[in-house]
Design a protein around this ligand. Structure first.
Ligand SMILES: C[S@@+](CC[C@H](N)C(=O)[O-])C[C@H]1O[C@@H](n2cnc3c(N)ncnc32)[C@H](O)[C@@H]1O
Length: 399
């Protein structure tokens, strides 16, 4: 469904020149900059601009919407009322098999890595065969990847491509399986619409990561979006980690007032929420495997895999990068399928040093599912602050 210059085309300016655009701007009394905004963002004008367009160009709102590829309840009702007319009009564009054979470049105890475009690989994967999908696609931020992919697509091209690989992911996901999509809020707000067509929404997890410099005239962007969807009405697997209670990093005192309820706190930790403040950005060169890549934190992927899969389950990640998902899945005894369109040597090298990764993962895991980590517990005891043992000891001395 590639859209291109749909707004201007609807107004009769398919191949416009600056002169033609200027003439249209004068005719409609709408600045050229604003006309280009409607066109590039594929945004329907509402308000005085729409009134003028309807009047001067003799085009109705519905017609403009349809020409721009938008749909509302009125259009949908009309379509639903006449499938006999609509269906034959639609050329059956069932995803054409590309017939490309992805090249296997790594096989491990649990997984297989292919050098391939993700859609080519997905087309080879059996329907309803994967338990968990985690996808971290390029964000279309004009970044230079080792694969030299075009990371500066037009909005409609990026969304159209995303919908194509998402649909293939949904096809291969088992009923009850989980789909996680990591992206900028800007893209996930649009992609959620596509996911809602096939899957059930569970959460929009905001992961606090200061990812850019402040932008003039904008709020400081400080979170990524992690969309969490299920195929079917409920997940086959859901066992989220519990996390340690927040304490002051310096004096280790409580940051919240738990009043008389401290003894009721679960010694296994606090329920994880849909705002994650504890995911480190992988910026430290000690951990970062590949210069310039958006390598994710093992902690993030570990949390997702732990929440939505069991040992022996199949995890698929269509965007290899430096292989964070594959390494984490391998260490957690999940079968995995992966691909990378660019060089795969970073992933292969990483598997050669998997023992280092094991330590990083073990370190994260040793800090989950407990109210206080050992280190914090010892320090709090020394400072005379309460720990779970305080209440255990009190209740045993009262017996
Ligand atoms: C954001 S990075 C993934 C990083 C990864 N999650 C990690 O932590 O290492 C996205 C990767 O997808 C790859 N890629 C882009 N388009 C692709 C496609 N069509 N098929 C497969 N891989 C693709 C890029 O080369 C890039 O390495």
């Amino acid at each position: 469904m590639a859209r291109s210059n749909d707004f201007l085309t609807a107004l009769g300016l398919s191949n416009y020149t600056p002169a033609k655009l200027k003439a249209l701007s004068e005719e409609l009394n709408i600045p050229t900059k604003r006309l280009l905004y409607y066109d590039e963002e594929n945004v329907l004008p509402l308000g005085k601009d729409l009134d003028t367009i309807q009047e001067k160009r003799n085009i109705s709102e519905i017609e403009l919407m349809i020409q721009m590829g938008h749909c509302d309840d009125r259009i949908l009702a009309a379509i639903k009322s006449r499938p006999d007319i609509i269906v034959p009009l639609i050329e059956e564009k069932s995803a054409k098999k590309r017939n490309k054979s992805p090249k296997k470049v790594l096989e491990t105890s649990y997984g297989e890595l292919y050098k391939s475009d993700c859609i080519d690989l997905l087309q080879q994967v059996e329907s309803d065969s994967v338990d968990l999908i985690f996808a971290d696609p390029p964000f279309n931020l004009n970044k230079l990847y080792p694969s030299n992919i075009d990371d500066n697509l037009k909005k409609h091209q990026y969304l159209s491509w995303s919908k194509e690989w998402i649909k293939e992911c949904v096809r291969v996901l088992k009923f009850g399986g989980s789909f996680f999509l990591w992206n900028l809020p800007k893209w996930n707000s649009s992609l959620a619409e596509c996911l809602n067509t096939y899957l059930t929404f569970r959460h929009w997890v905001s992961v606090d990561i200061k990812y850019r410099l402040p932008i003039k005239g904008r709020l400081y962007p400080s979170h990524y979006s992690l969309l969490y969807y299920i195929k079917g009405d409920k997940p086959t697997t859901f066992h989220p980690d519990r996390v340690p209670m927040d304490v002051c990093p310096k004096c280790l005192t409580d940051l919240k007032d738990y009043g008389g309820y401290k003894h009721k706190m679960n010694p296994k930790g606090v329920n994880i929420s849909d705002v994650w403040l504890d995911i480190p950005p992988v910026r430290h060169t000690k951990y970062k495997r590949r210069e310039g890549a958006n390598e994710l934190s093992v902690k993030l992927v570990d949390r997702v895999i732990e929440m939505a899969s069991n040992e022996g389950d199949v995890v698929l990640d269509p965007f290899g990068g430096s292989g964070t998902t594959y390494i984490t899945a391998e260490l957690k005894k999940r079968k995995w399928i992966g691909c990378e369109i660019g060089p795969a040597k970073d992933i292969i090298n990483r598997f050669e040093r998997i023992e280092e990764e094991k330590q990083i993962l073990n370190d994260y895991r040793s800090k989950t599912n407990q109210l206080f980590t050992n280190e914090v517990k010892i320090k709090r005891k020394k400072a005379g602050l309460w720990t779970c043992d305080t209440f255990n000891n009190q209740s045993s001395s009262q017996q």
